[in-house]
Design a protein around this ligand. Structure first.
Ligand code: PRP
Ligand code: URA
Length: 209
């Protein structure tokens, strides 16, 4: 089974509380989502492999380290995942960005895929799939299916708020995928919203309704 980690760092928890607040407007919501994504990227990238390298400092040669091996692809699930991309790129600027378009039917809660564009060497990359919300898990599961169909195998899922139902569904469908979340909330309501959650992440990020 992949890792399941709730990121309890005080800065992440404080910022998450700010965006849960219904009075947090679009501008602040967007900025804080990116800030949380940056803080999460720090931990999500913890197991990146290092290699030895010698570097000439102004006074001597230092036996130092640099990141080696697999390169990174950040893959947001549209739309709301876009809100986390810049925050991750702040830490990993050389990452390539793929996109997976997915919307949830509001009646059935079933996900529908409408767009997939990935780096051509996706199978050689460490993939960070980002989406603020893991509710029923349907969208994340379908995104993993789309990635694996195209050769990706090294995948981590990074979200802000998750529901127990979605975590279990994603773990059952893709036990190899590590899940990182800023909060594990209580449950889903009958409309598929996470309770207490933060509402509709896409609408809050982009100011739509
Ligand atoms: C939201 C959210 C996730 C999905 C989670 O997207 O950003 O992608 O719902 O729900 P699930 O776990 O039950 O699948 P939505 O479908 O509202 O699309 P949007 O990002 O375009 O608003
Ligand atoms: N998608 C959202 O944006 N919010 C939820 O609470 C559930 C799914």
């Amino acid at each position: 089974m992949g890792k399941f980690q709730v990121m309890d760092h005080p800065l992440i928890q404080h910022k998450l509380t700010m965006i849960r607040n219904k009075d947090c407007g679009t501008k602040d919501f967007r900025q804080i989502v990116n800030e949380i994504a940056t803080l999460m990227a720090f931990e999500v990238s913890r197991d990146m492999p290092l290699e030895d390298v010698d570097v000439q400092t102004p006074v001597a040669v230092a036996h130092a380290k640099q990141i080696s091996g697999k390169k990174v692809a950040v893959v947001p699930i549209l739309r709301a995942g876009i809100g986390m991309v810049d925050g991750i790129l702040d830490l990993i600027p050389a990452a390539k960005v793929g996109h997976i378009g997915m919307y949830r039917d509001e009646e059935t809660l079933e996900p529908h895929e409408y767009f997939v564009k990935l780096p051509s060497d996706i199978e050689q990359r460490q993939v960070f799939v980002v989406d603020p919300m893991l509710a029923t898990g349907g969208s994340a599961i379908m995104a993993m299916d789309a990635l694996k169909k195209r050769g990706a195998s090294n995948i981590k899922f990074v979200c802000l708020v998750s529901a127990p139902e979605g975590v279990k569904a994603l773990q059952d469908a893709h036990p190899d995928v590590d899940i990182y979340t800023a909060a594990l909330d209580d449950h889903l309501n009958e409309d598929g919203y996470i309770i207490p959650g933060l509402g509709d992440a896409g609408d809050r990020l982009f100011g739509t309704k």
